[in-house]
Write a protein that binds this ligand. Sequence first.
Ligand SMILES: [Zn+2]
Length: 308
Amino acid sequence: MNITILKNILKLSTLFIFTQLPLAQSADAKPVPVKVQKLSDSVYMLTGKGGNLGFSVGVDGVVVIDDQFDDMADNIRNAITKTSKQPVRMVLNTHWHGDHTGGNEKMHELGAIIIAQENVRKRLTTDQFMKAFKKEVKARPRSAWPVVTFTQSLTIHLNDDTMMVNHLPHAHTDGDAFIFFKEDNIIHTGDLYFSGMFPFIDVGSGGSLAGMISGVKTILKFADDKTRIIPGHGKLSNKKELQDYLKMLKAMQQKFQALAKQGKSLDEAVAAKPLATLSGKWGGGFMKADNMVQLLYPSTVDNIKNGD
Ligand SMILES: [Zn+2]
């Protein structure tokens, strides 16, 4: 096949796949029903449209991790109300993307304090450009801004649980955090983890494959064989599956590095199908093998050039 035609097909397929990502959904998309899974006496997982939520209920009130899209806020609130009549006191944003922070305004109206790593606030308070989608994202209204920020870590002591929040640098974005519910032995990974799928990595927002790998390693240090793991996207998971995902990320990095060391261009790298052996198990989500090469190979080449 003519290389120009191949390039155009790849570009089109990339654009098509990327616009299927939940975070690229338009504001007028319809709300969908939510599903709630009880993980312990106080911690629940909620899935709907966009990033998975975790929430804690108890005598001290409700703490919510991420809040999907604006049009999901009523469904989310109604689902939470079925488990607790207490007010939503806090919302923790795991990162700035709209499929995890879109409900911030409504949560703020309910009286919640919004908390996030400081780079999340920087990105929500200013216009952003998402390189992967060639899409401008306007600064969010004041009511959506995190009002409590942290740099490395913070701990919340509510509902008889210790919620340890830790920043993972340059992973999915530059502002990621994961949450470990110590007493309940539950982890919410944010978008460090797409269970059973290749992940999206927002290189334009400071994310990197190397950072994802080291971030997942950090999360695994908090997990044991009984830990329930709420991924940013995909079904409820566990340590063993997260370890498999880490192996996949490392294998991907090695394949990209080998091609970069051979001096392959992006087109040559895509044509070499370096992820063919991983694609069957991991390519069934938003991101396909070719998308991963296009998204991450250029920065691998830069890193090799810079001797990283
Ligand atoms: Zn994300």
